[in-house]
Design a protein around this ligand. Sequence first.
Ligand code: F6P
Length: 356
Amino acid sequence: MKKIAINTGGGDAQGLNAVIRAATLSAINRGWEVYGIRRAYQGLLEEGGIMPLTQDTVRGITHVGGTILGTTNRGNPFAMPVTLPDGTTKTVDRSADVITAFEEHGFDALIAIGGDGSLTIARDLAKQGLPVVGVPKTIDNDIEGTTLTFGFLTAVDIATDAIDRLHSTAQAHERVMVVEVMGRHAGWIALFAGVAGTADVILIPEIPYRVDKVCQKVMEREERGRRFAIIVVAEGAYPVGGEPSFTDPEAQRLGGVGEVLARQIGGATGKETRALALRHLQRGGSPNSYDRLIALRFGAAAVRCVEQGEFGCMIALDPPDVASIPLEEAVARQKLVPIDGDVVATARDLGVSFGD
Ligand code: F6P
């Protein structure tokens, strides 16, 4: 008989609830008790922050977006924001309080579902003795050691659908449409959706672009009578010798490169050019069937790790299997698009420009 806890941290991704359901049912079927910690680690420090997870609480949530536990990207126990009496805020290390609360609740293990930030926190808590199994989530697909993270393929579906829809209006008006997609400093969403949606130009952070090369592609099409173009740009993409664009530089919140590019392309080519940023639409709604499947497999695998007493690890997709790797390895670096990989080569063979 074990008593385990589950939390979700960082930005949401489609499939979080499917992991929660799979982990909960796998644990209950072993005769264990399961609890959810609300809003990452904050629930351990607040009254009413722990909720029992039962067959009833996880019923019918596999296809539901978001997370029934809530999430936050300001819940790092090693740097928790605290408001002082004078209204200013500072960060304090509350990791010892989190571990004490975890022990006081009598939990035997934590299944921590999160992206690189949350998995780094899990790694650091594991170093302090917390028995934790990580589960990788992010639409960005930028976690090392796992072929895919859940949420990614659904975000790609959403972006591909948007590109498909923009094709007909771009063609009708003979415009250039610039679609900005998420992904932080990795170009996975832009690359996969751009190729699947048959974009003409794909700009990713791994390949800094030149605006003149982008315009050259637009004008080559124009000369062939293709008087419209679709450009997919990752939010983290930047020009050669330049910097990424931020909507909030202080918070390092990426965004805005699509608008910048649209102005530059319109100015240089004389073509009417419009920009659209998909932003959080890419994180909303139901996971597709493959993301549901990965998420359910990850949740069940995390419970098998707990059963075997394997901690300080992260569940990873290693087709055709699900494996576990040390958290240390998973957070050592960000998984970027290999620029000499097959998908980039395929795009180039199809005539896609990367602006280089
Ligand atoms: O990591 C997921 C992600 O959606 C990134 O693609 C994006 O840069 C970031 O989170 C946005 O974060 P927030 O929801 O805090 O604006």
